[in-house]
Design a protein around this ligand. Structure first.
Ligand SMILES: Nc1ncnc2c1ncn2[C@@H]1O[C@H](COP(=O)(O)OP(=O)(O)OP(=O)(O)O)[C@@H](O)[C@H]1O
Ligand SMILES: [Mg+2]
Length: 363
């Protein structure tokens, strides 16, 4: 990834009329800068405005206010057709009555390129996404993963500088989803294409992106690298959405120079100030969050007790649900630390929190 600015979204807002006179603000004053060659993912729950943002970038939807700037030029008034930003959809959107070759060649024919150039470019695209040998088949004769590779080939054959993806893997089963995401990432890196990618799947976002943009209710709530977002969620919304964090009620006991002290089940926990929302006061009710992998069950007394509800052995990990302090904790135990034996539903278990992973959010 180079530091060169490629695409800028400036204060974009999009409102829809729902047909009954109510105005829905789908995208609410978002600004974002994307660098050349960067893989940027819009991640957020259903209805948060991801597709609408992508459609504005593609030119399928016109924003109410704000600007889209591509390579230094305002493209607000450039028609979708002239933006050269192919989009890859969940539904593949292939032409069923055209062969794979014809599907991939379609955009080049419209550009009126010569037959030789078309044949050559389609062959290169097929090579790139491992479709060689399937050119004469029809989409209905391919698997879902192969069809999505055709959609990808159809995009790259246009030699775009940016490709837009809207949940391209959602129709594929779990194993194929991982294979195809690796394929997309490989091609994107090889060709140095900028990617703006939409998903609501956190593992897809974490594994593919240079930067993740978390959206909620039409707004951008955090932008950062996967590691930054995962390790440093700045709100309880992000902590919940990207790390499946557990949340516990607690009260601030003491605000010190570098740490904040809270009590949990009568025991004191000290938390570094950089893991705490700023401006918390003594006595304030707060949410204490901790990710499932930062908690474990222990054979030794830890001072924290819970009741085992469910224990699921999943091979490399065991996932446990433990009732604790009026809530249910999700715990991920790594089986490389020893497989848990002999625990039964309703057993009292010792809970070991890895204190340095606690974060505190304002309620
Ligand atoms: N054409 C439209 N007319 C009216 N409302 C719309 C229209 N398109 C989108 N919306 C509304 O705008 C909001 C954002 O929709 P959008 O499709 O951008 O969400 P999304 O983040 O892509 O969600 P999903 O993950 O379900 O695809 C939603 O509340 C949606 O109902
Ligand atoms: Mg969508």
């Amino acid at each position: 990834m180079s530091g060169e600015t490629y695409l800028q979204l400036k204060n974009l807002t999009k409102q829809f009329n729902d047909g009954r006179g109510t105005v829905v603000t789908a995208v609410d004053d978002i600004s974002l800068t994307i660098h050349k060659g960067e893989f940027v993912t819009l991640l957020g729950p259903s209805g948060c405005g991801k597709t609408t943002t992508l459609r504005m970038v593609a030119g399928f939807e016109v924003q109410n206010t704000g600007d889209i700037i591509l390579d230094g030029k305002f493209i607000n008034n450039v028609a979708a057709f002239n933006r050269n930003m192919p989009m890859v959809f969940q539904s593949y959107a292939l032409f069923p009555h055209l062969t794979i070759f014809e599907n991939i060649a379609y955009g080049l024919k419209i550009k009126k390129l010569s037959r030789d150039v078309i044949r050559n470019d389609v062959a290169m695209a097929c090579q790139m996404v491992n479709l060689v040998g399937l050119e004469d088949r029809y989409p209905g004769e391919l698997s879902g993963g192969q069809q999505q590779r055709v959609a990808l080939a159809r995009a790259i054959v246009l030699k775009p500088e940016i490709i837009l993806f809207d949940e391209p893997l959602s129709n594929l089963d779990a194993k194929l989803r991982i294979q195809t995401r690796n394929e997309i990432k490989r091609v994107q890196q090889l060709l140095g294409i900028t990617a703006l990618y939409v998903t609501h799947d956190q593992s897809e976002a974490l594994s593919m992106s240079d930067r993740i943009v978390i959206m909620n209710r039409g707004k951008i709530v955090q932008v950062g690298s996967p590691i930054e977002i995962y390790n440093n969620p700045q709100s309880s919304f992000v902590a919940d959405f990207i790390g499946n964090a557990n949340f516990l009620d607690a009260q601030v006991d003491e605000v010190g120079e570098d740490t904040i002290t809270v009590s949990l089940q009568g025991r004191t926990i000290e938390i570094d100030k950089n893991r705490v929302e700023s401006g918390l006061a003594e006595g304030e009710e707060v949410s204490l969050s901790i990710k499932p992998e930062a908690i474990d069950v222990s054979t030794e007394k830890t001072g924290f007790y819970g009741r085992l509800d469910v224990s699921s052995f999943l091979g490399s990990i065991t996932e446990l649900k433990v009732e604790f302090d009026g809530t249910f904790l999700t715990i991920i135990h790594s089986n490389t630390h020893g497989i848990i034996h002999g625990m039964k539903m309703d057993d009292e278990v010792n809970i070991a929190f890895n204190n340095k992973f606690f974060r505190i959010y304002r309620k």
